[in-house]
Every structure is written in C-alpha cells, then in structure tokens.
Design a protein around this ligand. Structure first.
Ligand SMILES: Cc1cc2nc3c(=O)[nH]c(=O)nc-3n(C[C@H](O)[C@H](O)[C@H](O)COP(=O)(O)OP(=O)(O)OC[C@H]3O[C@@H](n4cnc5c(N)ncnc54)[C@H](O)[C@@H]3O)c2cc1C
Ligand code: FES
Length: 278
C-alpha cells in the first residue's frame, strides 16, 4: 500500500512559477522557475521533467541548472512545435504544472575522482550545463575537465556568458567550434569531432559525457573509442517521443529499454547493440 502511494506520487503535478525568461537565440529561450511553497526539485544532472501546458500538451525538457542551485531550477527550450512554442509565450509570474524529475541522469558518484570529457552539440549543452555547473561547484571532487561545444553557426551558441567564463578558467580545458563561420568569428571551424583528437586524456580514468543531435553520436563514439576510452565510460543521452515520462506507456521504448526510466543517460556498452538507438 505504502509502495503504491510512493509510485503514484511520482505522477504528482507540481505548480511552478516562472521567475525569469530570457531569449538566448532566435529559437531558444531560457527559463528560471521555482516550485510553489518552497519545495526543491532535488534532481540529478541529466534528468528531465514533464512540463504541462494546459489545453496544449505535455513535453519532456531537461533541467539545465545544477542541483546545487536549490531555490529554483532552469530550462532551455527550443521552439519546435505546439507545446514548446506555447512555453515560449510564458512570462515572469505565470504558473505551469510540472511532473518529475524523471529518469537516470549522469552517475555522479561514479564520475567523482575521474577525469571528464564533456561533448555538447547544439541544444545538447542544456542537460550538460547541469553536469558542468555541478562539477564546477564541486571542483575538487573531479579530476581533469575538458568541455567541447559545437554549433552550426556562431549565432546558435547558447549561454555565451558562461562559455566565456569556462574559457577563462585555468582548472578546465574548453574549446568550441562551428560548422559554418560568420564574418566576425575568429574561432575553430569544423564539426565537433575535429576537436577530439587534440584533447590530451588518460583513457582509463576518463568518462565522456556526450549529448547532441542523433547524427553526431556515431562519429563522436568512433573517435572516443579510438582514443581508448572504455565503452562503459562513454555516456550518452537519448531523446525519444514521450507520454508518461515514467515507464508506464511504452512510447519511448527501444527494444527492452524505456528511455524515460532506464535513461535518458546510458553508457555505450548498454546500448551499442540496439540499432534503433541510433
Ligand atoms: C529526455 C528529453 C529531454 C529533452 N530536453 C529538451 C530540452 O532541454 N530543451 C528542448 O527544447 N527540448 C528538449 N527535448 C525535446 C522536446 O521534448 C521536444 O522538442 C518537444 O517534445 C516537442 O514538442 P512540441 O509540442 O513543441 O512539438 P510537436 O508539435 O510535438 O513536434 C514538433 C516536431 O518535433 C518533433 N519532436 C516531438 N517530440 C520530440 C522529442 N521528444 N524529441 C525530438 N523531437 C521531437 C516532432 O516529431 C516534430 O517533428 C527533450 C526531449 C527528451 C525526450
Ligand atoms: S514515456 Fe511512457 S514509458 Fe517512457
């Protein structure tokens, strides 16, 4: 009976108030939200929530802030369809319903004491920003940290102020690249895989955390394995259409795995034989 009540509580719709919204690019908007009555979200980096827009629908969105930020939590949303577009219309003071946090995020306890190679493609920086901020807030618990970020064009770069801060830090290595340069771009040009060979790592103690568009995964995985990183130390986050977000409806299923519950973060060893995963 108690177990049942616990299970059902994971479906609970919680009210969240929008504290701040900020346009990041033409298509992406940043949101800072607080749960009502001072409740904390208590998420892990890499987890997601289901956001409900009344009369429109519900969508999964990654939490892009670190759990070390207790008073509120942050999201970065790309407007692609009806729910995400209606989310973009929210203003400070508006209230929405959320469920979660759901899923398995990055295994922080396993990552502690090891080196990290964090690779973000485009909007993949959203869940990885949660991990990066957590690592920087607990910097002494981790070894070397490398962050590689790639976007199609300079105008697509997200969290520009934070990128500058990461670039200026001496306790991490940051590099970014764009597929296509703009006239005022003086940085690297080329797909993200071009940055990987130049990163100096000790493969046995390095965990790679990779999030980006599906097309990126095969190429990046090939480079990481070529560098000698063991398969179980290559962590990837997957996106699938979702309904319940909580292992009940099967919408997100890849063979025997539910992306919403067994993932969204998987290690490569777990999913390498699931052709549908890629
Ligand atoms: C675990 C997880 C975390 C996510 N985190 C973020 C995030 O941090 N920020 C963000 O902007 N988006 C994120 N997404 C994607 C987001 O959920 C979809 O963009 C959203 O569901 C689209 O809903 P819509 O009603 O706006 O668009 P719709 O009108 O439903 O569809 C618009 C287009 O988007 C496609 N689409 C719908 N759902 C998804 C999906 N889940 N993944 C990929 N394509 C989809 C449709 O096939 C269609 O082509 C995440 C998805 C998952 C599964
Ligand atoms: S979304 Fe329902 S089982 Fe994953």
């Amino acid at each position: 009976m108690e177990k049942m009540a616990l299970k059902d509580s994971t479906y609970r719709l919680k009210k969240a108030r929008v504290l701040l919204t900020k346009k990041l690019t033409e298509n992406e908007k940043f949101f800072d939200l607080a749960l009502k009555d001072g409740e904390t979200l208590d998420h892990e980096p890499g987890q997601f929530i289901m956001i409900s827009m009344p009369g429109v629908g519900e969508v999964p969105i990654s939490i892009c802030s670190s759990p070390t930020k207790r008073d509120s939590f942050e999201l970065c949303v790309r407007a692609v369809g009806k729910v995400t577009t209606s989310l973009h219309n929210l203003k400070a003071g508006d209230e929405i319903g959320i469920r979660g946090p759901y899923g398995k995020g990055f295994p922080i306890r396993i990552l502690e004491g090891n080196d990290l190679l964090i690779i973000a493609g485009g909007l993949g920086i959203a869940p990885l920003r949660s991990l990066i901020t957590y690592v920087l807030d607990n910097r002494r618990d981790f070894g070397k940290v490398h962050i590689l970020f790639g976007c199609k064009e300079p105008k697509d770069m997200l969290f520009n102020d934070e990128l500058d801060t990461w670039n200026a830090r001496t306790d991490l290595h940051y590099a970014c690249t764009v597929d296509r340069a703009a006239p005022d771009w003086a940085g690297n040009v080329g797909v993200i895989t071009t940055l990987i060979p130049g990163v100096d790592i000790e493969p046995s103690r390095t965990f790679a955390a990779v999030v980006g568009p599906p097309i990126m995964y095969n190429f990046v995985i090939k480079e990481l394995l070529a560098k000698g990183i063991p398969e179980r130390q290559v962590l990837l986050s997957f996106e699938r259409n979702m309904k319940c977000g909580n292992g009940k409806c099967g919408r997100c299923q890849i063979q025997n795995l539910y992306v919403c519950q067994d993932g969204p973060v998987f290690n490569y060893e777990q999913i390498k034989n699931l052709s549908e995963a890629f």
